[in-house]
Design a protein around this ligand. Structure first.
Ligand code: HEM
Length: 481
């Protein structure tokens, strides 16, 4: 499709802006009465928060902060997305979506083996080791984000009433499959995922949407994230499928005490570092960033708090924090391991500068919108190095192709030991966080880059689904009747 202006009133807010959140509930449901559900969508759709509304919300939050007020303003946002099974159950022809996205048509459960999730084969069927809820059919998900559990629960209650859930099963058009609550971590860990690393720093800037992007990876055409625009891999879309995006959800458990213990037991033996510093360096080399967010490509052997605390942007993220390309290290990994999580999932110069003409990675970019779940690590877990309470990441990302986006990153990059491709001597190995398969990587010791470290599982997938998040117009004029 040609370049076109984005209609911010027509796009669900989470896709381009991320719904503002301290807490977020993912309500997964099955539709039980398609006709009733579609008629109730008429009442539901006005609750759906658009990009335009999120921009207003964010401005209100900023104004409030600027006044020096440390309290949170009441804020809530609702979005909705459907799986292929959901569209089919509603009688919506989604052939335009499934044509190129066969994994959307199959559903994530059938894609789990190919993603590398563990499971058992029963007869000819592979059953992933997922939470039982995610082995059921899921037709859709309603996301409710907000400043507090109170606000979110009140809004969720209103949503449930619209679909008749409050009146008991006979009056309702849907059935709850499961609800998962995610919470931003407390205090100074806010914005950090459970292993302790600042997250949400690098998301694609969008041409025609982000007015003043920080220096970093090239902005993407809007169609990488929003259907029907330049960069959308599908040339034509029916009206209801324009201004939407595929939403990948993954229920990822993180073995945090085990991760910490592993770092403690395997400090990088760099001369001049204490064992604690060596452990910290190993964690940074797994991620490609220090816990503060400082990229190791810029500050390889010690964290640079000044760089991390650069006050340039309002979120406290650093102006230079995303301005690196692994450019100086095309064929070596002294500065950053080839397999480091951020190098695997956005290889920058590793592909863009690959001889002879480079490979564009614009089509592989995703907008990540995850949130943490589960409690902080307890004393007992710290002492034993063993997880007792489940915690991790409700991973969510948007793109106009799951095949080029999430699934490609997981299968062809994170799980692929020979990616990135430029090293003749050292096999990069797997992404130490999310890689599934023979879990080992090279490059953790800068002075001995071919040394390979074998890893236990740090991230365990326990569920997920592929969804499509339609436009407001699609919801109003096609899905709701
Ligand atoms: C970046 C953690 C799962 C894709 C990051 C960063 C952290 C992180 C700390 C650096 C912060 C930033 O650049 O914004 C995690 C953890 C995960 C997880 C703990 C699992 C529990 C995934 C998955 C994917 C993914 C499943 C996709 C298959 C990315 C991408 C980036 C990133 C694309 C940005 C890379 C860049 O632009 O430089 N992640 N992540 N992550 N992650 Fe993950």
């Amino acid at each position: 499709p040609p370049p076109s202006a984005l209609n911010l009133d027509n796009i669900q807010g989470d896709i381009l802006s991320g719904l503002p959140k301290k807490t977020q509930t993912y309500f997964f449901f099955q539709i039980t009465d398609a006709r009733l559900f579609r008629s109730q969508l008429v009442e539901f759709t006005p609750l759906v928060k658009t990009v335009a509304q999120v921009i207003k919300d964010r401005k209100a939050i900023d104004d409030h902060k600027r006044k020096g007020d440390k309290t949170l303003i009441t804020m809530v946002g609702v979005n909705i997305a459907f799986s292929h099974k959901g569209f089919a159950f509603m009688g919506i022809d989604d052939a335009n979506l499934t044509k190129t996205e066969t994994i959307f048509e199959m559903g994530q459960k059938k894609d789990a083996q190919s993603l590398g999730d563990k499971g058992t084969t029963v007869g000819s069927e592979f059953v992933p080791d997922w939470e039982p809820e995610f082995l059921q059919d899921i037709h859709g998900v309603i996301l409710v984000s907000g400043d507090s559990h109170g606000t979110v629960n009140k809004k969720l209650q209103q949503v449930k009433e619209i679909f008749g859930l409050a009146q008991g099963p006979n009056k309702s058009s849907i059935k709850a499959v499961t609800s998962i609550v995610g919470d931003v971590r407390p205090g100074k860990e806010s914005g950090h995922e459970h292993f302790g690393f600042l997250d949400g720093i690098s998301n694609p800037s969008v041409i025609g949407f982000d007015k003043d992007p920080n220096p970093g990876p090239k902005p993407v055409p809007a169609g990488v994230l929003v259907t029907g625009h330049e960069g959308d891999p599908v040339a034509t879309r029916p009206a209801w499928a324009v201004d939407g995006s595929f939403l990948t959800f993954r229920y990822l458990f993180q073995n945090v005490p085990e991760f910490d213990k592993f770092l403690k037991d395997h400090p990088v033996p760099l001369p001049g570092l204490t064992p604690e510093e060596g452990s910290e360096l190993l964690g940074a080399r797994f991620v490609g960033r220090w816990k503060s967010g400082t990229p190791i490509d810029i500050s390889p052997f010690r964290d640079d708090p000044e760089l991390a605390a650069d006050p340039k942007s309002e979120e406290g993220f650093c102006h230079r924090n995303n301005n690196f390309r692994f450019q100086a290290e095309g064929s070596f990994q002294k500065i950053c391991p080839f397999a480091a999580h951020v190098r695997k999932t956005l290889p920058r110069a590793d592909l863009e500068d690959l001889p002879p003409n480079g490979i564009s990675i614009q089509k592989n970019r995703i907008a990540r919108r995850g949130v943490q779940f589960g409690p902080e690590v307890t004393k007992e877990e710290k002492l034993t190095g063993k997880t007792i309470h489940g915690r991790g990441l409700l991973f969510a990302c948007y793109s106009t192709s799951i095949v080029n986006g999430f699934a490609f990153l997981q299968k062809s990059w994170a799980n692929n030991p020979t990616f990135p491709p430029e090293s003749a001597t050292e096999v990069p190995g797997l992404d130490p966080l999310i890689g599934q398969g023979q879990r080992k990587l090279s490059g953790t010791d800068p002075n001995n880059p071919s040394f390979e470290l074998t890893l236990p599982d740090f991230v365990v997938p326990r569920g997920g689904e592929y969804f499509f998040s339609p436009s407001l117009k699609g919801l109003r004029e096609t899905l709701a009747v």
